[in-house]
Write a protein that binds this ligand. Sequence first.
Ligand code: BEZ
Length: 221
Amino acid sequence: MPGILLGEAFPNFEADTTSGRIKFHDFLGDSWGILFSHPADYTPVCTTELARAAKLADEFKKRGVKMIALSIDSVEDHKNWSKDVMAYANEAGSPLPFPIIADEKRELSVQLGMLDPDERNKAGLPLTARCVFVIGPDKKLKLSILYPATTGRNFDEILRVIDSLQLTAQKKVATPVDWKPGEKVMVVPSLPDSEATALFPNGVTTKEMPSGKKYLRYTQI
Ligand code: BEZ
């Protein structure tokens, strides 16, 4: 079964991109990384997504996350379509601030489980779905999201998730539903109360529950 699971090492693939040939781990260096695929160039939803990603490039940079996109079209198509993307982002003439991988043979798409059997091009070949992979500085997969071609992603949510991943990689906390940076976080269940009070100088508050179990522990980071 092709694909990659959370915690697995992300493949150190080689690929042609709009910035030349890359070896993925060298491209990442010591940074976090985000690889997001789209079904095809010159398609409407993809154009809106990549324009939004381009607009948010500084936000990804601030978080130390290197961006790279992928689809099954050629480097030349990617380069030409990028001009449309930047025009849609109201930045006509500026370069797309991240490379796009050209996976014309679909080898990488198969390896990473990105093909959507329900979406096909005119030749009947499957297109890539809207995958998001976030890779940590240890080159391991920290998050994967998979959307069908017909649903565009929410890049604000992707940034929010990265904020959570980066916070929870450092501290023994988890982020609750709809959490946003600056809001209270939850102490991970595996941490005993005695250690939690020592670890979180802002204090730990516990919400009373009908069960009497004290598992909802909040702190402010
Ligand atoms: C799009 O990007 O608009 C799209 C691509 C493939 C199927 C459906 C929509």
